[in-house]
Design a binder for this molecule. Structure first.
Ligand code: ADP
Length: 478
């Protein structure tokens, strides 16, 4: 329906523009033609006037003048002649004029130029005349030459008739042709509308047909298809995320229910009760922890987390985290080395940056066996701050490397869960790093160790880029 409206609107526009062009063109042609005919007539009138005037001037007496005039102009084919005295008495007129009199215009005194004008005689014929006072044998005479415009008007009427017939015919043809063309041009839009209406959650794989890749509609279909690709990907991710989240939450809930059922099914001793309640509490803690992580991820994704941009001394922050984690490393007999000297400042949110460092160091300790080494270092290089967390742990097999930043992705699900992980830590880390305009890289070899390198712009570089982008909120490189 909408494309039909566009179709009609386009056709009406063609029609209106062509009607305006035809009217303009017709009017100009008509006026030019008329002007040329008038000029031609005036040239004829002027020629005849000079002939008559020279006869009048040359004449010695009125009788001689009238005899000459009658001989030369009495039966003239194209023009009519009238000579009047100043008192208005008709001195001479040619035979065709007969009793009819040409009206004498009011001539300006002192203006000796011939006077041209148009008028209609009582017989309805339109005339063009030239009037000029000429010195005759016995005083001034008003000499007039006239030409009927009947032929002239006939030519113009024919021209007008041609315009009035050809114009509407051309207009009708153009409107018909325009409608046909608009229909053909917009047909793919109708097809795309029908195709698009069949795409829904159950048929997200369907795409719009691209007939001609390079024309406007082909590009539109291509762009819509790319948009559908992205939407499908997000939709799949969302579905997977929901399934993973439900699965992750179901495990502790099942454990809690089972423990509670056991406690209720039979009388239990005090020590058994303690153990059951302890298990329930532990699962509750895990539930709380997972929901907290999910909430953090949602906040990071939606961008509703406030992003205070304050100078943060990352070296000091990393040193603090290392000290906090040291007892954990000591408990596993690991060496935790922190190379963090001086003051290295980045622009950002101290709490979330601490989360990044904490998570990376926690993973390094978690996935490094007893007596391994975990090293944290921070350096600056070319307006960038590089935070490196490396360990001599179990490493990550190459086939898992592209996926470890995905939500709920765990290399070894059983082992990771026993360590308390839900596969959300690195997703959160990545989101926070991107929100700070940074990037994160990972290098790992199984049984040799893993290195995470996080790069942030320094405080000055970040401030400059914020000024340049005028607060456009860069999400960093991915
Ligand atoms: P989790 O909470 O399960 O540790 P993460 O998102 O933090 O989830 O990590 C995802 C997966 O990446 C982990 O399950 C683990 O297999 C792997 N991983 C992360 N850090 C390391 C590391 N330092 N050494 C080895 N494997 C790691």
């Amino acid at each position: 329906m909408r494309s039909a409206a566009v179709r009609w609107r386009l056709t009406m526009w063609y029609g209106a523009v062509l009607a305006a062009v035809l009217t303009g063109f017709g009017s100009v042609t008509f006026l030019v033609m008329r002007h040329q005919l008038v000029e031609r007539t005036d040239a004829g009138l002027s020629e005849e006037l000079s002939d008559v005037a020279s006869e009048v001037r040359r004449a010695k007496d009125r009788e001689g003048m009238l005899a000459w005039l009658d001989r030369r102009f009495g039966q003239h084919e194209g023009f009519d002649f009238q000579i009047t005295s100043e008192a208005g008495e008709c001195v001479f007129s040619n035979a065709r004029l007969g009793e009819q009199r040409l009206p004498i215009p009011q001539l300006e005194r002192g203006n000796n130029a011939p006077h041209y004008e148009e008028f209609s005689l009582p017989d309805g014929v339109r005339y063009r005349t030239v009037t000029h006072p000429v010195e005759g044998p016995d005083g001034v005479l008003i000499v007039q030459v006239a030409r009927s415009l009947a032929e002239f008007n006939h030519e113009l009427t024919e021209l007008l008739a041609a315009f009035l017939i050809a114009g509407p015919a051309a207009l009708a043809l153009t409107i018909g042709g325009g409608y046909f063309l608009a229909r053909r041009a917009l047909a793919p839009v109708d097809r795309m509308t029908v195709e698009a209406s069949t795409i829904d959650a159950r048929a997200f794989h369907k795409r719009l047909e691209v007939v001609k890749r390079d024309d406007e509609l082909g590009r539109l279909a291509g762009t819509l298809n790319h948009m559908l690709d992205r939407l499908e990907k997000s939709f799949d991710e969302m579905q997977r995320f929901t399934a993973d989240a439900s699965h992750e939450l179901r495990t502790p809930i099942t454990v809690i229910r089972t423990e509670a059922e056991v406690a209720l099914a039979k009388p239990v001793s005090e020590s058994e009760k303690q153990e059951l309640l302890g298990n329930i509490l532990e699962e509750c803690q895990r539930l709380t922890w997972i929901t907290d992580q999910l909430l953090t991820l949602c906040r990071e994704d939606s961008g509703i987390t406030e992003n205070p941009r304050e100078p943060v001394n990352l070296a000091e922050l990393v040193g603090g985290v290392a000290e906090t984690m040291r007892p954990l490393a000591d408990a596993k007999g690991q060496r935790l080395a922190a190379a963090v000297n001086g003051s290295i400042v980045v622009q950002g949110d101290a709490v979330r940056l601490r989360h990044v460092v904490y998570n990376l160091v926690d993973n390094a300790i978690k996935y490094t066996p007893h007596r391994g080494t975990v090293k944290v270092s921070i350096t600056t290089q070319d307006h960038n701050v590089r935070l490196v967390v490396e360990d001599t742990g179990i490493g990550i097999p190459p086939e898992h490397l592209p996926h470890v930043f995905e939500r709920f992705y765990r290399v070894d699900k059983a082992r990771s869960r026993s360590e308390g992980g839900a596969g959300l830590g690195l997703s959160i880390v990545q989101s926070i790093v991107f929100a700070h305009g940074g990037s994160i890289e990972l290098a790992s070899r199984p049984d040799q160790g893993t290195t995470f390198t996080v790069t942030f712009p320094t405080a000055t570089a970040a401030a400059a880029s914020v000024c340049a982008s005028n607060g456009s909120g860069s999400r960093g490189s991915r």
